[in-house]
Design a protein around this ligand. Sequence first.
Ligand SMILES: [Zn+2]
Length: 555
Amino acid sequence: MLAGANADLILHNGKIVTLDRGESVAQAVAFQNGRIAAVGTDRDVLARERGSRTRVIDLGGKMVLPGLCDAHVHTLEAGLSEFRAKLPQLDSIGAIQAYIRARAKTARKGEWIVVPRTLPPRLKEMRMPTREDLDIDRDHPVALDASYVWSANSMALKLSGITRQTPNPPGGEIVKGPDGEPNGILRNAHQLLVGAHQSVAFSEDEKLRAIEQMLRLYAAAGLTAVGDRLVTPEDAALFEKLGQQDRLAVRVVLTWRPDAQRPIEDIEREIGASQWTTNRGSERLKFGSFKVTVDGGQSVGTAYQRMPYGPFGRQLYGLSDPDARGTLFVDAGKLYRIYSAARAKGWQLTAHVQGGSAIDTLLDVFERLDREKPIAEMRNHVMHGSFLSEDALGRMKRMGVALDAQPGWLYFDVPALEQVFGADKMRWFFPLKSVIDAGIPVAGGSDHMIGHDKNGALNPYNPFFNMWMCITRRMRNGETFYPQERITRGQALRMYTAGPAWLQFSEETRGSLEAGKLADAVVIDRNFLTCPEDEIRAIEPLMTIVGGSIVYDRR
Ligand SMILES: [Zn+2]
């Protein structure tokens, strides 16, 4: 014991994966005042850092990773989704019908039954449920939430006054069957369902507790930081309050997304008046990027594609037009003006883009901004970017544009998307090895939005499941999707450590276990680097440490 040495916590007799420049694996790590004081051999660290008040934990050979970060979550939405009641796991139309039958037993006559968020590519039948599927109950109006697309039963359509004569709302469609009658599917038109959207009111205190609880669950999954990808001013105030009350178990980086559907002058005024910008805040809670939602989603046939959804699009998404390519919510001209206003305030820029044409539109706008003044230092990024292309990768590389990728979608969505587009057109669907080989910075994120269970949620936020996907690309049908795009364990680990740290302008303080960085780490139950490949997804955290404090302890 050295005089003056006084680490708060030392972990020793372990395998410390440092992710430092030399990729070294150490035996011990010492934390002090929320930072890493030393990393090295058991002998050195214990001899130099152990003081009279130091807590010392023998890891018994267990592995320690730098704190993991999920770059893309929706904390409040997910936290509230099961705040009052557990959600069902609906993976088939039969399961949806069973859910409706069960709800019908207890619901008052005429009360709405809303099937919680269910995405058709993830159903066994790989098709969008229609009015007939939901007509198994005729005493209640029934609606199914598939995000931008909803489905309604006959009673729901009748109560809402939706008939074959009802005009389509702007940008939306009341889908008709072969007989010309509405088949129940409402594309960007669910606002027509009168009474289905009784928003469940949560008090501010409940929202605070929902966020707090969700962040604790993230910590239990081994995450020490998350990128929250959609906050309004009200949401941001909730996070700030929790921060002041020391109730943020993990670090949070907020993405502001104003409503881009309003007139451009209103948006410009709001951006100009806002006090926020990238990096404002602390290491515990700060602002990250500025987001615009440019297109829809691949799960519901609204991602804006380079190619049509074709005949299978009818089955999967209820699309009536086989030439449909999806929806662009914001065109290049408007996006340029919004981004110009945000850039003037110092924001890092990103956009939700899933379809290829939406990606191309975003990159066109980035190029326009880049010609005015190089954008590389802004660390702008493509959010999702499911349908990349060789050309898109080249442009991203040239401008220094990064990627916020969702590897879990390979597992859940590709089996259905392959049927829509054919495997050839899916060549550049999250081509992670090509992205990394091109030198494009990449951060992994789940897009977790509904459900509390780390493996059962939509989308699962278990970082070990997501890293396993990057490494194996093995889908839920057992097939391996473009195996040449698999990446190594070390590369996958960087996608959940150094990658997000860089994207969040925190590479000086996070992403590796090196002296001087923040004391964020996770102890796991087996060897990430050498365990059998299929065990990677089953790895469980034993202890999660944020800022030197143990925020989760399973031992
Ligand atoms: Zn998202």
